[in-house]
Ligand binder design. Structure first.
Ligand SMILES: [Zn+2]
Length: 270
């Protein structure tokens, strides 16, 4: 996919300096619309991009703008870019890339723009190295953005909505899904990397906090979730919450407690 760079479209980017993050630190993409005309030609779209930039920088005094823009013909433009922290969704600019459709997403969302969005999001997923959440701006802030026509397409382009295999193995995808649910509950703000650190894991600490809110009495030390045959109090509390035998051990190679956890994650009940 060709991306029209800031230089190519004539950005005056000098004050877009909110800082940078690595793609691995992003958890998802927020889709917006500009509520402008569609442009009609590439130079006309570029005029709109410069107008948006002037508005965000000179009127709003924001340190960034959308990370990317997409026009009606499916052209993709770099704005704050892949690594820049944009300014597009209050409270979520570091964790999410912002992609803006140039036009009014309550009136039209052309197929070429939809294909471009899907391709851009799959490129960003590759860069991040983990599945991304794909949300509309209205899912995070009080706004009509990105318009009903765009909002309706977003679930179809979520890059990894497939359910977990209920295989009883505490693998990368199961942990990544657990991280996402704990994040949604405000208990975890680390990466969705599907990993549990051996010494102190923020993921395990978040799970311990969650279990304590459901009747457990764990020390929140970030340790004790492993599938090694070794017992832990955290595993016993997890099993008690899941309703599986609470022996404190996740059996190898498959664990009935992990199967129950995967079923809960698939059902959205964690
Ligand atoms: Zn928006």
């Amino acid at each position: 996919m060709d991306i029209v760079t800031r230089t190519q479209w004539g950005s005056t980017q000098q004050v877009f300096n909110a800082g940078t993050v690595t793609p691995a630190q992003r958890v998802g993409v927020v889709v917006h619309h500009s509520v402008t005309g569609e442009g009609g030609s590439r130079p006309a779209v570029e005029d709109l991009l410069r107008m948006i930039e002037r508005l965000d920088r000179d009127t709003n005094h924001w340190p960034g703008t959308y990370n990317f823009a997409i026009d009606y013909a499916g052209r993709v433009y770099e704005m704050s870019g892949r690594d820049g922290i944009g300014t597009h969704t209050a409270g979520h600019n570091t964790a999410y890339w912002g992609i803006c459709y140039i036009g009014d997403g309550s009136k039209a969302y052309p197929a070429a723009a939809q294909r471009a969005a899907t391709e851009l999001i799959s490129q960003l997923t590759l860069a991040a190295g983990h599945p991304l959440q794909v949300l509309g701006h209205r899912d995070l802030n009080t706004t009509e953005c990105p318009g009903a026509l765009i909002e309706a397409t977003l679930h179809a382009i979520a890059t990894d909505n497939s359910p977990l295999a209920v295989d009883g193995r505490l693998g990368h995808k199961t942990i990544s899904c657990l991280q996402q649910r704990l994040r949604e509950k405000g208990l975890y703000d680390g990466p969705l990397d599907g990993r549990i650190d051996v010494t102190h894991s923020d993921t395990v600490a978040a799970l311990q906090t969650y279990l304590n809110a459901h009747g457990a009495h764990l020390v929140v030390d970030g340790e004790g979730l492993w599938q090694t045959g070794r017992p832990s109090a955290t595993i016993a509390a997890l099993q008690a919450w899941l309703g599986t035998p609470a022996d404190g051990v996740l059996d190898l190679p498959t664990s009935s407690a992990v199967k129950a956890l995967q079923a809960r994650l698939n059902g959205g009940s964690l």
